[in-house]
Design a binder for this molecule. Sequence first.
Ligand SMILES: Nc1ncnc2c1ncn2[C@@H]1O[C@H](COP(=O)(O)OP(=O)(O)OP(=O)(O)O)[C@@H](O)[C@H]1O
Length: 271
Amino acid sequence: MSTATGTTAPPKLSVRDLRLSYRSGRRRNLALRDVNLDVADGEFLALVGPSGCGKSTLLKIVSGLVAATAGTVAIDGQPTRGTPERVGLLFQNDALLPWRTVEDNIRFPLAIGGTPLPEQRERVKRLISAVGLDGFGAYYPRQLSGGMRKRVALARILAADPDVFLMDEPFGPLDAQTRARISADFLALWEQVGKTVVFVTHDVDEAILLADRVAVMTAGPGRVKEEFQVDIPRPRSIDDVRFSAPFRELRHRISQSLRTEFEPTDAGDGR
Ligand SMILES: Nc1ncnc2c1ncn2[C@@H]1O[C@H](COP(=O)(O)OP(=O)(O)OP(=O)(O)O)[C@@H](O)[C@H]1O
């Protein structure tokens, strides 16, 4: 990442030797061991790994919800403390405010940020359109389908406009078709805003379709074991990419890397 002046800019997000053990009663359970990861400004990184390897834990540490046992997280080269301002979170649970309409849910981060009211209204209108929810602004979350609620959550995180989007299986509970549609729409939106994303998913296809790079984690206690560059040109059409040779080849390599994490290992392998 060289700049015009010849200096090297730090990665947008940098995770160094991160370790976390949860305390359960008198025991400590090591969830992450020595995680190292860099994500460049504007890069889309997908994180895959076996269930329980610590993917959510990693996002929680980056977002300041959980304190690491050891190691550092830095944004733009500055170590973070507490909840970093420039980080936005989208979890599986969309966490919409049930007593607020779609418009007011999306407007919430703008209101907190002190955006003037006319600008709030204008931006909310544009975001509602961008996520395909025209005509639903006055609805309450309970009146929407799961996919529509995800779209509201997406619009809300876009309204907050963080530098780094942390997304933990955001489309996980949706049916396959809704999920494919919302992924395609999200991809198109992301290609416009170009923000740094860390996207946790169980779905290798989704990881390749969306990301610039896929990082594979080991079984728990997790660390990043291998990274795969996704050299598929953008803008991507999900339907075209899915049947291309580079996609199939990458899917094979990533699945192989993951598969070894599900297989039993010999005792004394250092884990
Ligand atoms: N609050 C907690 N207290 C104690 N242990 C926890 C806590 N949260 C997570 N763990 C443990 O930490 C490990 C990693 O959990 P985490 O949820 O980060 O994994 P994950 O990779 O996101 O899993 P999944 O893919 O199934 O969502 C697991 O062994 C889990 O049991």
